[in-house]
Design a protein around this ligand. Sequence first.
Ligand code: PLP
Length: 358
Amino acid sequence: MPRSTVARIDLEALRQNFRLASERAGTAQAMAVVKADGYGHGIVPVAKALAADAQKYAVACLEEAFAIRDAGLRQPVVMLQGVHAEGDLELCVRRGFEPVLHSHQQIDWLAQSEARPTFWIKINTGMNRLGFLPAEVEDVMTRLDSMGARSGVLGFITHFACADDLDSPMTAEQTARFEEATVPWPELMRSVANSAAHFVPGQAMYDWSRPGIMLYGGSPLVGKTGPELGLKPVMSLEAPLISIRTVRAGETVGYGAGFLVDRDIRMGMVAVGYGDGYPRHAGTDTPAAVNGQRIRLIGRVSMDMLAVDLTNAPDAKEGDPVELWGQTVGVDEVATCAGTISYELLTGITARVPREYR
Ligand SMILES: *Cc1c(COP(=O)(O)O)cnc(C)c1O
C-alpha cells in the first residue's frame, strides 16, 4: 500500500477558474498558461481539461510544448521564452509552436535558418527581464522584413512587473509604453495581461490575455486570497496522521528542539514534509485542517513529516487525512506563513506526491 500522501486535483474547479479568466478578459481571448508542469498540477491533465475552452496554451520551453502536442492536443502553443537554439525554429514550424522573439541572438538564428515559424515579439516596457526596448521595435521589424520573416509576426507581448499591487502606477505606465510602441502596426495582435491584470480596474486587455496562477486558484494579488477573488481551489494537498501522542509541558518537538510545549498537548505527526514540496519555512502556527477543523503546525518541518497540535481536533485519530492546503486552508495562507507565494508552493510539489484527478 502506498502512503496516502496525495495532491488531489479538481479539474472542474480549474475549468471554472478558466471561465472566470475568460470573462474578465472581456473581448480578449485567454490563453491557458500551463508552464512548470501546469503549475505543479500536471501539464497534460490540465491542458486536456481546458481543451474545449482554451484556444491557445502558453509554456516556458520547448519540452513543455512537446508535452502538449504529444498528448494529442492541437491548439497553438506559445513558447514564452522562445527558442534556445536555431534548430528549434524548425520544430516550431513542424509542431505548431509560437515562439516569443525577445533577443537579437534569436533574430540572428532566424536569419540563418530557413524555418519560418509564426511568432510573437516581446517588448520590454519596464520589467527588464526579456524583450526589446520600445525604441528598438521599429528596427527589429525592418530587419525581419529584410530577411523575409515579417509575415510570421503574429503580434506583440509585454509582461507586467507590479500588476499584483493595485496601488502601483507601474502597470498603467507599462501599458502606455506598450500602446505607443505598437501603434504603427494596428493589424497585429497584442497581449499584456498576466492573472493579476485581470483584476486591475480599467486595464486594456487587447487580443489575448495570459492567465496562469488564477487558473489554479492561487491569488495573483498581494493581500488577497484566491477565494476572495472568486477563484476555486484546484489542488488539495493531503497526508495522513501517522502517529498521535501527548507531549508534556516542558518537552520540545522536532529538530533543533524548535518548539517548547507550554502545556500538555495532543500532538499528531503527518506524513508530509519538504521532500514532498511542503515548505520548510512554514513555522509554528501555520494552519492545516483535519476533518474540516483548523489546526496548526508546531516545530520545524522535516523532510518526510511535520507535527501538528490537535487541541482543536479532539476527535482526530491515526489514519485521518490532514489537509495541508485546499478547501479549508487556502494555499495563499500557507504561502504567506512560509514567506512566499502560492506559485512556489504549487510548482514545488515533488514527484513523490501522486496527483489524483477528479
Ligand atoms: C508565467 C507568465 C504568465 C502567467 O503569469 P501569472 O502571474 O501566473 O498569471 C504570463 N505571461 C508570461 C510572460 C509569463 O512568464
